[in-house]
Write a protein that binds this ligand. Structure first.
Ligand code: HEM
Length: 419
């Protein structure tokens, strides 16, 4: 059996967290090249950690060997979200997932479609067509409005004051998530950011408590009807998770990357509207190259051997979705955007994408994600031609959620639909 190269080094002194947070892409690429191995050991958050950039290893860890790994997010987000599925493992997790999955079946999602379409069409009518606008900010605001309308029944047409209060609270709450309150000096945030975020969380939970009892809204009623729905903490904390900034950021990350790729090529927009196969290939390639989440974390609860490499109980695993999606063993020319690969060499490789995770802890909200994303793409490209302003910096940043490093401006031009 091969040992995984690298070493955890000395406590604190050998810690690599700063390097990772500063430039996660460089961190992964530099170490993969140095160790000549896509998996390597280092010290991260002061814990011996296996970094995983090998596609085959990750697939196996997330699926066949998933029961040997616990989710490792409590130390980042436990306080800021309170108990929810992300901090639960074992049998408790199974029953929580069973309840949550009932909210995202195809039948359940079809009942959300009307709300989603109403919010998207109303928003799209208000988009500025006189001046260039920032693509990411526009899409993020649209996704925030979709999520708050859907999960809490907030009406952005009439409840102006309440909506702005909630949007501002979710931003303060988010700053607490990325301040990472662990016993290490990390580049962002700090104690006061964190306590303001806890305060925002308490206020958001008050609003959720009030809205879930007063609103006749579909989703907040449905979540109270699933098997765990009589537990107030389950309901409130999951509504907090879904309405927090995390979900709109992930949605607008994917949408922004998709729209940029589509806007780069003349005449592609009409085909994307009508040719579902072409749209799917573009979306697969966007997921591969620009996953909203750079990766994830686990803690090993039982020694396990994967690809002849031993993962030892007690160690952490940090997997890089970015690196596994650019593993040349699976994807030729991995840094090239090539949608056609999905009809050629990679036709059977959709299960080698981890944009939504894989196995028993994969994303429960995927059907809803595609419903929201397809509605936005359909409505946007039916009404507008979207053009990128020339000569802009399109480079990406990867943390905390991937998106263009700088503002990417686009011009929305209303299509002539008179004939
Ligand atoms: C583009 C949007 C989204 C992306 C990219 C995304 C991605 C992910 C990923 C990668 C995971 C697995 C994390 C891991 O394995 O460590 C996950 C889990 C999860 N997602 Fe999503 N997600 C999105 C939207 C949503 C939405 C809209 C919902 C529900 C409203 C949702 C609910 C969940 C839940 C509850 C889990 C935890 C499942 C568990 O712990 O068993 N996600 N998501």
């Amino acid at each position: 059996m091969a040992t995984i190269p690298g070493s955890a080094g000395l406590p604190l002194l050998g810690d690599r967290s700063y390097d990772f947070y500063k430039d996660p892409v460089k961190f992964m690429e530099k170490n993969i090249s140095y160790y000549k191995n896509r998996n390597f050991i280092g010290r991260f958050l002061n814990k011996s950690t296996v970094f995983v950039g090998c596609n085959k290893t990750l697939k196996c860890l997330l699926t066949e060997e998933a029961d040997k790994l616990d989710l490792g997010y409590k130390m980042f987000m436990g306080d800021i979200y309170g108990d929810n599925i992300l901090f639960t493992d074992g049998l408790d997790m199974v029953s929580l997932r069973e309840s949550l999955c009932l909210l995202f079946t195809p039948e359940a999602v079809s009942t959300y479609q009307e709300t989603i379409k109403h919010v998207v069409t109303t928003f799209i009518h208000k988009i500025d067509t006189e001046n260039p606008v920032c693509l990411y900010q526009t899409l993020k605001r649209m996704c925030i409005e979709v999520c708050l309308s859907l999960f809490l029944g907030i009406d952005f047409d009439t409840m102006t004051e309440l909506t702005e209060t909630i949007v501002s609270l979710t931003t303060t709450h988010w700053h607490g998530i990325i301040s990472v309150p662990v016993n290490l000096k990390l580049p962002i945030g700090g104690a006061s950011t964190f306590s303001k975020a806890l305060d925002a969380k308490a206020k958001l939970l008050d609003i959720i408590q009030n809205k879930k009892t007063s609103s006749s809204q579909n989703f907040s009623k449905k979540i109270q009807e699933v098997p765990k729905g009589d537990n107030g903490i389950f309901v409130n904390n999951h509504l907090l998770l879904f309405t927090s900034a995390l979900v709109p950021k992930a949605l607008s990350s994917l949408l922004t990357s998709f729209m940029i790729e589509v806007a780069k090529q003349k005449d592609l927009q009409e085909s994307i509207l009508t040719d579902k196969g072409l749209r799917e290939r573009y979306m697969l390639e966007v997921q591969r190259m620009y996953p909203p989440f750079f990766g994830g974390r686990r803690v090993i609860n039982k020694d396990v051997e994967v690809n002849q490499q031993k993962f030892v109980k007690g160690n952490a695993v940090v997997f890089s979705t970015y690196a596994t999606h650019r593993d040349p063993e699976v994807f030729d020319d991995p840094h090239q955007f090539q949608p056609q690969r999905w009809t050629e060499k990679n036709i059977n490789d959709k299960d080698k994408l981890f944009c939504f995770g894989a196995g028993p802890r994969c994303c429960v909200g995927q059907k809803l994600v595609w419903c929201i994303i397809d509605t936005i793409i359909d409505e946007m490209l039916t009404k507008f031609k979207v053009s990128l302003i020339d000569e802009q910096d399109l480079t990406h940043k990867w943390l905390p959620v991937s998106r263009p490093k700088n503002k990417v401006l686009v011009q929305f031009t209303e299509k002539d639909t008179s004939n």
